[in-house]
Design a protein around this ligand. Structure first.
Ligand code: MG
Length: 336
């Protein structure tokens, strides 16, 4: 590193300074002190590890910092809560440039500003590869958190936005460099990479879905099939998914021939979309759809419904059914 440890810390402190709502004692002391809110605290933590969740040559430091915050905020959003504070612990190899670290923090600060949460500090250590561990504390009105456990037979299954773009970005980033660089002039290719490197957490959308009567909710980090199977397991129910209704991301649809992928397969099995998956009584569906569209310009798509019998069933355009395997992007089985 061209900066000393102390100089780097000073640079990071400058980056993280400024107005931080609710913070009594911020970064730089032994611990942070915050104002207690009126809601129930909501806590989540998530790790991003080089070689497992990202490669240094396929994401910029700024995007990585922003993404580390956004994926944690997404978990808070999935509880219908608001993010408030973040703590960040970082492991850095000795050969990482100080400029890269400053960019990483700049990305985290940018995402924190975007989601109105205060970055309170954390810890930095040497490690063999880059490791980011982010903890986010949020807040929810007492008793109003939406869990994975409330889905009822007959409920509609809904997702926000569209699916599969991040998985398309991953497929693109794994192409041989000469092939990938030829595709990068295509707008769909840039959209796919952007979806992978800059996911958006659906904070307001989560609260809106809760107000509209969501019976269960979670964020889509590991793909629709896998995450829906988790939601169903927690609720003790099953699901029927109508494949023609799955909102495949448009840039993925456009790019799939060049990428040699099945867009529907990525929309169902690909991870890291960070859209919300929820269940609602069918009588609440239209109101939820209208409010999400009016408030956020975000599409809400019903992709099927909850059934009593456990297990996931896919229904194709001709009405044929097949088991929907809960495969998806498995952080443990993937091994990459
Ligand atoms: Mg989650």
């Amino acid at each position: 590193m061209e900066l000393s440890e102390d100089e780097l810390i000073a640079a990071i402190r400058t980056l993280l300074s400024g107005d931080q709502p609710g913070v009594v004692i911020g970064i730089g002391d032994d611990a942070a002190v915050v104002e207690a809110g009126t809601g129930q605290p909501v806590l989540t933590t998530d790790m991003l590890i080089e070689g497992i969740h990202f490669e240094l040559d396929s994401i910029s430091a700024r995007d990585l910092g922003a993404k580390a915050i956004a994926v944690n905020v997404s978990d808070v959003a999935a509880m219908a809560a608001s993010p408030r504070y973040a703590l960040v612990s970082i492991g850095l190899p000795a050969d990482v440039q100080a400029a890269w670290v400053v960019e990483l923090y700049a990305g985290m600060r940018q995402a924190c500003d975007e989601y109105a949460l205060a970055l309170l500090g954390g810890d930095t250590n040497r490690s063999g590869r880059v490791v980011l561990s982010v903890t986010v504390v949020g807040e929810v009105a007492p008793g109003h958190a939406v869990t994975r456990a409330g889905a009822q037979p007959g409920d509609a299954i809904v997702v926000t936005g569209s699916l599969g773009a991040a998985a398309g970005g991953l497929a693109l980033s794994r192409l041989p460099p000469t092939r990938a660089s030829r595709l990068l002039s295509e707008p769909w290719a840039r959209d796919l990479l952007h979806a992978l490197s800059r996911p958006v957490a659906r904070v307001g959308e989560g609260q809106t879905l809760a107000q509209a009567g969501a019976t269960a909710m979670m964020d889509l980090s590991d793909g629709l099939a896998k995450d829906l199977s988790r939601l169903c397991a927690e609720s003790g129910v099953g699901a029927r998914v109508e494949l023609v209704k799955v909102p495949v991301a448009e840039p993925l649809r456009l790019g799939s021939p060049a990428l040699g992928v099945d867009p529907l397969e990525l929309a169902i099995g690909g991870g890291e979309d960070y859209e919300l998956l929820a269940t609602l009584d069918v009588t609440d569906l239209e109101r939820a759809r209208t409010e999400l569209n009016e408030r956020f310009g975000v599409r809400l798509t019903d992709v099927g419904f909850i059934v009593e019998d456990e297990g996931l069933v896919a229904v194709d355009a001709d009405g044929r059914t097949s088991p929907l395997e809960p495969r998806g992007w498995d952080h443990f089985a993937d091994g990459s």
